[in-house]
Each structure stands twice: as C-alpha cells, then as structure tokens.
Design a protein around this ligand. Structure first.
Ligand code: GUN
Length: 293
C-alpha cells in the first residue's frame, strides 16, 4: 500500500503558489487577500479558519478573519459580505459553515460574488462545474483531484464510487470524477445513507472516495483488492488522555483497509491538508483575475 501523503503534496502545491506569487510581487502587485468569516464559537470551525489564515500568511497572502457573534442578524452578515464584494483589494471570501439556524445558509452562499467565491459553493460555480466549464471548484474535491494528479493515478475508464452526496464534498466530487478532464473520465456511482447493500457497490470501486462522516465505516471486506481509497472524513473523537481532549478519525478503518488498498489517505495528514492547499490555489486564481495578470 502506498500512502497518499497530504503533507508532502500540500507543501508542493503551496511552494508552487509561493514561487509564482514572487514574480507578481517583483512586478509591484499587491498581495492576494483571503477573508474568512466565522459566526459563533464552534471549536472545529475555529480550528479550520485559523488554519486557513495561518497557511495563507505562510505563503505570503494577506488574510483576515471576521469573528461574528452567534446571535448576529442575517442582514448584518449580508451587509458585511456586500462590502467585501465591493472591496477591490479582497480576492477571496468564505463563510465557514455550519452557520447558526437563524441564518439562511443558502442566501449567504448566493450573496458572495461568484468571482470571489473561493469555496465554489455559489450556484453559478456549481453550475459551471456541472457543465464542465471553468469556475471555482469546492476546495475538498479540488484537493482530492490534486492528490490523484500528484501520484499520477490513472482514472479514465475506471469505476469511481463516491459515498456521500453533500454539496461541499460528495456531489461536486462525483461530478468532477465523471467530467471529461485530466484525472476524471470515470464511470461514477454515488452511494448515500439510503443506499441498500452499500458493500455491493463499494466492492466494485477501482477508486473509492468516502465522505459520509461516520468514523471507521469502511472495512476491509468492503474494498476491492488494490483499490485506491480516499478518506475525506474527519471526526473528532473524545479522548480525555490527550491535551486537546480529542483525536481525529476518518471514515475508513485505516488498519484494516491498508492491507487491501493499493493507495490510501491517512487521517489526519491526508485530504484535510489538501483542502487548505486547494483553497489557496482558488484564492490565487481569483487574485490573478483581479489584477488582470
Ligand atoms: N465547513 C466544512 N467544510 C467547509 C468548507 O470547505 N468551507 C466552508 N466555508 N465551510 C466548511
């Protein structure tokens, strides 16, 4: 089994952006600027947003986090996004989900300018993805594609099974894998919570992408020998013996599946790191368009 190492690949992607950015800096351009908006105090969301900021700054981007109170009114959040949309010095805007229940997440997604929608959640970007047109692709599926590319894993004509149909991962992932693009061109099956005899489908997968949020769900007997297995799940499991109070577990039973798969992503150290690298790639793409480079 070959480990699909998110640390190595994400560092390569970030270094590549940094090197390209250096040329823009030499030409006197401003830095790319990513804004993240965090509403409330969810611990995992705070960790993700802080990590996005830290990684942005590490490669030479400006990064700003807006931390808003849990009880902020929807119209206040909308006003802030509209202001950021108009601000020429800002390239990417993301609103970390989940949002509190009194805020209409769909409306917020649609308020972000499609040109600054580095999460790729806006209907325009999702529509472009579905049609195979150029736009912003959600960061996690884009990160998985970068991983397949880095290890030069053949995909054309293969059977890819995606478990999960969320708008953030499963749905866009399944579309990408079916599109006529490099590291796409798969025959794709989507499984989800209502799929019966799921192992019947997963056992046929040459490439199995798991994004359902159930720790340890995929066992060795659900995986075809020599399949490529990509684990998108990241669940916090309480562990009071650790300083943080938790550890991270993926949707794949790593110790079992490593005996069967040809390639496998670890958790942590796999897709999670790729998500951040892909977000930076999207922000850099928005930046280049903004400065007309
Ligand atoms: N919540 C879980 N994943 C994501 C993501 O990729 N982007 C945002 N904005 N929120 C998330």
């Amino acid at each position: 089994m070959i480990l699909l190492d998110g640390k190595i690949v994400s560092e390569q992607v970030k270094l590549n952006i940094q090197q390209k950015l250096a040329k823009y800096m030499e030409d006197g351009h401003r830095k790319p600027h990513l804004v993240a908006i965090l509403v409330g105090n969810d611990g995992a969301s705070l960790t993700y947003v802080n990590s996005k900021e830290k990684n942005s700054k590490a490669i030479g981007f400006d990064s700003t986090i807006y931390r808003l109170a849990e009880n902020i009114q929807e119209n206040e959040l909308i006003s802030l996004i509209k202001e950021l949309n108009e601000n020429q010095a800002i390239d990417g805007i993301l609103v970390q989900s989940p949002l509190p229940k009194h805020i209409n997440e769909k409306l917020i997604t649609q308020t972000i300018s499609p040109d600054k929608d580095v999460d790729g959640f806006h209907d325009i970007n999702m529509g472009k993805l579905a049609k195979g047109d150029e736009g912003f692709v959600p960061a996690t599926p884009l990160g998985v594609m970068m991983m397949l590319k880095a290890y030069d894993i053949p995909t054309a004509g293969k059977h890819c099974v995606v478990i999960g149909r969320s708008n953030i991962v499963g749905r866009p992932m399944s579309i990408l894998m079916s599109n006529n693009i490099e590291f796409g061109n798969c025959t794709v099956t989507i499984c989800h919570s209502k799929t019966q005899h799921i192992e019947h489908f997963t056992r046929q997968a040459d490439i199995l992408i798991v994004a359902l949020g159930k720790p340890g769900f995929v066992k060795a007997n659900m995986v075809k020998p020599d399949a490529v297995v990509i684990d998108v799940g990241i669940t916090r499991i309480e562990d009071l013996n650790r300083k943080s109070g938790f550890y991270l577990k993926g949707d794949v039973d790593f110790d079992e599946v490593k005996e069967v798969a040809s390639y496998l992503t670890p958790v942590p150290g796999g897709v999670g790191l790729m998500t951040i690298a892909a977000l930076l790639e999207n922000t850099f793409k928005a930046y280049k368009k903004n400065i007309n480079a």
